[in-house]
Design a protein around this ligand. Structure first.
Ligand code: FMN
Length: 167
């Protein structure tokens, strides 16, 4: 059976994206994945080409800017000399956190999703656009998106025989 390993990488300015990334990490463990949750700039980007399953959780800050803890990664990802198929092994999904009262709503998540796609990544779902302006908060988008994500991931990496999702 394929190794059930999930990497969750986040860019967060004030903690919301980090909390969401850690939530995904807990949900992954309940589904018996080996899961690492790391800030994008703490992650050794040289390993990215070897990753098979990655969830990115990214806020947008400033006026459409990446959070401070993903700025190094951001510069790396947009280098012009990255080969177009460098991430072709990777299944990925991008969860954005933003606020639709800003002109560049969820700009970082949208741009990240496009760039990973351009580098050969295989998207599991359309990018999630969490919105502070939603009456029920960003979870109104995040909760159903995560359910769809786990459906996709478990179709690729079924639970090991005899194990169930831990409640
Ligand atoms: N959201 C957007 O969609 N686009 C923006 O340009 C944007 N700029 C922001 C600037 C500031 C100073 C703040 C406080 C928020 C901004 N937001 C913007 C909303 C944040 O992305 C949103 O609140 C998010 O949940 C914050 O996640 P974090 O706590 O992980 O940083």
């Amino acid at each position: 059976m394929a190794e059930r390993r999930l990497l969750v990488l986040y860019g967060s300015q004030t903690g919301t994206a980090q909390d969401t990334a850690e939530r995904i990490g807990r949900e992954a463990k309940r589904r018996h994945f080996q899961c690492r949750v790391e800030a994008l700039d703490s992650y050794d980007v040289a390993n990215l080409i070897n990753e098979l399953l990655v969830v990115f959780v990214c806020a947008t800050t400033g006026q459409g800017d990446p959070p401070d803890n993903m700025k190094v990664f951001w510069r790396f990802l947009f280098r012009k000399n990255l080969p177009p198929s460098s991430l072709c092994q990777m299944d990925y999904a991008v969860l954005g956190l933003g606020d639709s009262s800003y002109p560049k709503f969820n700009f970082v998540a949208k741009k990240l999703h496009k760039r990973v796609l351009q580098l050969g990544g295989n998207p599991l779902l359309p990018v999630a656009l969490g919105d502070d302006q939603h009456d029920l908060g960003p979870d109104a988008v995040i909760d159903p998106w995560l359910l769809a994500l786990w459906d996709k991931i478990l179709a690729l990496y079924p639970l090991p025989p005899g194990l169930e999702i831990i409640s």
